[in-house]
Design a protein around this ligand. Structure first.
Ligand SMILES: [Zn+2]
Length: 555
């Protein structure tokens, strides 16, 4: 042994020297993560807003890194990218928008009583004398035997929704309790679902009554950027959005419903009963005449592929979003660039690191697709565009692993799970975490519906099982300082930096915890990459039935 040891040390030493930065090439490197973020979050990249010179630099940088690692292009027709046609619309202020009854007129002000925009390409949106329908939470959930709509016709009407889902505020003894995940938000609670459901039913527009607790954020957040919308251009004509969408302030909603002879607070309780049915507001009419500025541009998703050695048509995805908020108003220190260093340059760096280590290890039987999405911040646009027009068939996409914000406060004893009860990937995560001496903690505010608010959801929506790492989903149990320190990190980051210039690269970051989390994804991808099994959605998931429709393709 004594004689062998020096030889062994020499061997290890020579292996390390031959690798970059004296590191084991098969391990996620904190230094690499930091160096990548430092570049992507530098002033030169101008906050990586889609459709700006910052996008061109970001896309070129990501492609160069993927080429350096030795990946193959994973985009359309052998390219590194997928074009995402985008549209930016802005409803001009002041608004001409009213609710009226024979006796009263309630005029609506943008940013004050409403926050409305459009995802259509219309430059003029007019409504005259439209009926107004209150649909409660507007859930149509056959798996829960729940339907708020009944026979009501919403064609060319304005539809008013309550935010969140029917059991969010329910007492434990109410019949609805637990049918919609209790305080955990289900898809039915998201405004995206409500707008889509209204559109499917031919409604003119949909407004969601804002309420801070049930929405997860206050009115100032709901009203920020009122009138603006960035969305996919050239939408599927079968799935055209409502012409007008947005928030209705709680006070304005109270006034509107009182005019129609209803008490909003009483309706909130009534809408939690299974027998609740949507109804038209008697005597109320909606009128609007809005001018809209529309501009269009092309943005890019970046895609790299590691082809599988045995079953290349079976694809595992790992993804993050490359975009951030661009240039904005100066903060107290005069900084204008919202560099999104953590959100989500760090996630992108994590995907590049995953690409590097997976490429360095023996080839997996299944393919691995590394995706860098555009325009997440505008509403998951890049990932939605991929899901609508996938390069690799969705039916044979094994799983999606998404990184979006990772904590920078050091090693953690646990890993935070977002979306408990959704898919078998959560059991896989628990297993690899345990093997690494860690444990799983559920996200701390499931009522905020984080599971429906990052790019992984675009894949879930088309049936692909997903797993998300999101550093703000719950305070980690840090090795130094415990849960308290983990919660403090979130309070500082969300309170001061989230979507602001303060989200900048720092030499002081401790990326040990981020490395640990990315390493769990590395293990899950490596395992699934050589497996024949297909992770499934769990009983009760909103996405189970959709995935099962294509089960025969995966036999
Ligand atoms: Zn993000």
């Amino acid at each position: 042994m004594r004689l062998l040891l020096p030889t062994l040390f020499a061997l290890i030493w020579s292996l390390q020297v031959s690798a970059d930065h004296h590191k084991n090439p098969l391990e996620i490197s904190a230094d690499n993560l930091s160096n990548i973020v430092k570049i992507m979050a530098s002033d030169e990249f101008e906050g990586r807003a889609p459709g700006t010179p910052g996008e061109d630099k970001t896309v070129a940088y990501l492609i160069a890194q993927l080429q350096k690692i030795g990946l193959e292009p994973g985009g359309a027709k052998g390219s590194w990218t997928q074009a995402v046609p985008m549209m930016r619309s802005e409803v001009k202020s002041p608004l001409k928008m009213t609710f009226s009854s024979p006796e009263t007129v309630l005029s609506l002000d943008q940013g004050i009583s409403v926050s409305v925009d459009t995802a259509t390409a219309l430059t003029n949106i007019t409504a005259a004398d439209l009926p107004v329908v209150f649909v409660g939470f507007g859930a149509n959930a056959p798996e829960q035997d729940w339907d708020d709509y009944g026979d009501i016709d919403l064609t060319d009407k304005l539809v008013i929704y309550l935010v969140n889902d029917p059991d969010f505020a329910a007492e434990p003894n109410e019949p609805v309790a637990g049918r919609f995940g209790n305080r955990r938000m289900t898809y039915y609670g998201r405004w995206a679902y409500k707008f889509e459901e209204a559109a499917r039913r031919g409604a003119f527009g949909a407004l969601v009554i804002h309420e801070t607790k049930a929405a997860g954020y206050d009115w100032s957040v709901a009203a920020a950027g009122a009138g603006e919308n960035v969305s996919l251009a050239n939408k599927d004509p079968k799935a055209l959005p409502v012409k007008l969408q947005g928030w209705l302030h709680n006070d304005a909603a109270h006034e509107l419903l009182a005019t129609a002879g209803h008490d909003l607070d009483a309706l909130r309780v009534k809408a939690r009963q299974p027998e609740f049915q949507a109804f038209e507001l008697e005597g109320i009419r909606f009128d609007a005449d809005l001018e809209v500025d529309i501009t269009t541009f092309d943005s890019q998703n970046v895609l790299g592929l590691i082809p599988g050695s045995a079953r290349p048509d079976e694809v595992i995805m790992a993804s993050a979003h490359w975009d951030a908020y661009g240039v904005g108003a100066p903060d107290e220190q005069g900084r204008t660039i919202r560099a999104g260093a953590n959100d989500d340059a760090l996630g992108s760096a994590g995907i590049l690191e995953l690409a590097r280590v997976i490429k360095a290890q023996p080839a997996l039987e299944r393919s691995v697709l590394l995706a860098f999405w555009t325009a997440e911040e505008a509403g998951l646009v890049g990932s939605m565009a991929y899901a609508a027009d996938p390069i690799f068939p969705i039916e044979k996409t094994v799983a999606n692993f998404t990184l979006d914000i990772l904590q920078t406060a050091g090693a953690a004893k646990d890993v935070i799970l977002v979306g408990k009860g959704q898919s078998e990937l959560e059991d896989d995560l628990a297993r690899v975490a345990e093997a690494a001496g860690r444990y799983v903690t559920e996200e701390n505010l499931p009522e905020n519906g984080l599971f429906y608010r990052a790019d992984h959801f675009s894949m879930a929506r088309v049936g692909v099982p997903v797993l998300l790492m999101m550093g703000i989903a719950g305070g980690a149990d840090l090795v130094v300082g415990g849960r308290e320190a983990g919660n403090q990190w979130i309070a500082d980051y969300v309170g001061n930096c989230y979507h602001k210039p303060c989200d900048a690269w720092s030499a002081d970051w401790d990326l040990t915890g981020a490395v640990q989390d990315i390493e769990l994804f590395h293990q899950l991808i490596s395992e699934l990459g050589n497996a024949k099994r297909w992770p499934a959605w769990k009983q009760g998931s909103e996405f189970k039935a959709l995935r099962e429709q294509s089960a025969s393709v995966r036999q």
